[in-house]
Design a protein around this ligand. Structure first.
Ligand code: GLY
Ligand code: MN
Ligand code: MN
Length: 540
């Protein structure tokens, strides 16, 4: 089997190009050297138990290397052959006897050379000499490192000492921004990895929905001795608790080989769906007593026959990584009520889907993400006016104070949609923050903002570019904490709002690629409500 190499050398070139753009003119023709440390295997406190290893994202981007405790030394100089083909030297640990005995050793240099797109590979013992050679060969070079902080792997003093002794200019001012700017747009190889992460995660979402549907129809049979003489097998798992849904989601991803989740899964039932990053996932679904007119849970395996599941939503925001690239998908599904949304939940679901649909239809290179954020608030305001949660301009006593523009300008919609419409996604789920929301950002000066609160948690504040990968994740929540300060607003009809509060929250999130003239949705699990209800009711 031929291995398609991860295109690390292209990423090195792109990063140096961005780095040169950031440097003062007088520094741009000097040789530029990058020294990077990869992640080390973490251990729990002072014990010998290793925790999951995940390569540092920038290191992976520039080397394609997932071996713990590795280093990279990269060199570029404008006007030389290194300007088209920077050198990149990778240093991976040598296999020690203890590694062979306790765990799987790192690859040999020959094995690593066959699978990595770098100039050379050696062991870290050779790094000090390699650094000395670079200093000699490139007098006046600027050495770039990532910020010295707990956020990035530390470069041991033995490696930086050579630079300090040689009076070399070492700076951490440019590299992180340069590599983040390079990572902001994705190449074909990266898009394929994100696509794969989305396909696996999409199947995991659909698996949970289908098992919910089977449960409703009593189709989950437990064989002889199940749960007493023997453990339940996966086909016998019911989902009636948040962590039961999480278990199935994670198992489905892992079964397809995904090593990590891209973030802690958020599995929130009932009104907990209004907590944006709820990730304790430790509660039962909401149950009510069986009343004379209730739909009875026909499933004879249900945890308790005296109760039925209350109608509620289940919000699952979860995605795995594939080869360090993330998926980030949210689906909100009906639970109880025979697998159908209540009329209120369905209305909010359709509104959020409309927010997402109109946002996606607008996507194309050049459009500022702030404008899409404003559009999604506009759609929410229109929807709330239609539902009567916001007083409509046609209602008696209304005036210009309650026009769509006035409501947008008041910022009140942020109490129901408090987060950003989406963010850049790639090696990290909230990808490249320094590039996607720069501290100095002339692109937002001339925009119609609506209200500044719409942008507080917006993680992308740039015009879209072809090759960007972003999430589109509108939501609508009825959080008591966020509603309290606006409850008495003249814009809100209290009686109508009360009817919707028990919905808790709805979010729908897909990952899209910005293309030459629009977008491509990389998330494959469906979200149209008829399909969703049929699956969650076990009908299809
Ligand atoms: N999963 C976190 C987010 O959607 O941004
Ligand atoms: Mn997201
Ligand atoms: Mn998410």
């Amino acid at each position: 089997m031929t291995h398609k190499k991860y295109p690390a050398s292209q990423h090195v070139l792109k990063t140096f190009t961005k780095l040169i753009e950031l440097l003062p003119a007088v520094e741009q023709n000097k040789p530029q050297i990058v020294l990077l440390a990869g992640e080390v295997t973490p251990f729990r406190n002072d014990t010998d138990r290793e925790m999951p290893f995940r390569q540092e994202s920038n290191f992976f981007y520039l080397t394609g290397c997932k071996v713990p405790s590795s280093y990279a030394l990269l060199t570029f100089q404008s006007g030389t052959s290194l300007a088209n083909k920077p050198s990149s030297h990778l240093f991976i640990p040598k296999a020690e006897l203890a590694d062979l005995m306790w765990s799987v050793p790192p690859p040999s240099i020959a094995e690593a050379t066959a699978t990595h797109d770098v100039t050379s590979i050696d062991h870290p013992a050779a790094l000090p000499e390699a650094i000395q050679e670079q200093i000699k060969a490139f007098p006046g070079a600027i050495v770039h490192i990532l910020p010295t902080s707990s956020l990035f792997p530390k470069i041991p003093a033995q490696y930086t000492a050579a630079f300090l002794a040689g009076n070399v200019n070492v700076t951490e001012d440019y590299l992180l921004t340069a590599v983040h700017r390079a990572r902001l747009t994705k190449d074909a190889a990266e898009i394929e990895l994100i696509r794969r992460a989305n396909q696996i995660s999409s199947r995991a979402h659909e698996t949970v929905m289908r098992v919910l549907g089977q449960g409703i129809r009593g189709q989950i049979k437990r064989g002889k001795g199940a749960g007493t003489e023997r453990p339940l097998l996966p086909g016998e798992w019911l989902i009636e608790r948040e962590y039961e849904a999480e278990a199935l989601f994670v198992a489905s991803c892992r079964r397809e080989g995904a090593e990590h989740q891209a973030y802690l899964p958020i599995v929130a039932a009932s009104t907990r769906a209004s907590t944006l990053h709820y990730c304790c996932n430790d509660r039962e679904f909401s149950w009510g007593p069986v009343g004379p007119h209730d739909h009875h849970n026909t499933n004879d395996l249900a945890h308790d026959h005296e109760r039925v599941l209350n109608p509620q939503v289940l919000l699952i925001d979860a995605g795995c990584e594939w080869s360090c690239y993330a998926a980030d998908i949210t689906r909100t599904m009906p639970v109880g009520n025979g697998g159908r949304f209540t009329p209120e939940a369905r209305a909010i679901y359709e509104l959020v889907l409309e927010m997402q649909r109109l946002s996606m239809e607008a996507l194309k290179p050049g459009l500022h993400w702030d404008a899409v954020q404003l559009l999604s608030h506009r759609t929410l305001v229109r929807g709330f006016q239609k539902l009567g949660i916001f007083r409509s301009p046609e209602s008696p006593g209304s005036g210009s104070w309650n026009s769509e523009e006035a409501i947008l300008a008041s910022g009140i919609s942020a109490a129901f949609f408090p987060h950003g419409l989406g963010h850049s996604l790639g090696l990290d789920v909230h990808d490249v923050p320094s590039a996607s929301k720069p501290d100095v950002n002339p692109t937002i000066e001339h925009l119609q903002l609506g209200h500044e609160s719409f942008y507080t948690y917006l993680r992308l504040r740039l015009p879209l570019e072809e090759g960007m990968v972003v999430t589109v994740e509108p939501g609508c929540y009825f959080s008591p904490h966020l509603i309290a300060p606006v409850r008495d607003s003249k814009h809100i009809d209290q009686e109508v709002l009360k009817r919707y509060e028990s919905v808790g929250g709805v979010r729908i999130e897909d990952v899209v690629l910005i293309t030459k003239d629009g977008y491509e949705n990389l998330t494959t699990v469906r979200s149209d409500p008829d399909w969703l209800e049929q699956v969650c009711a076990g009908e299809i």
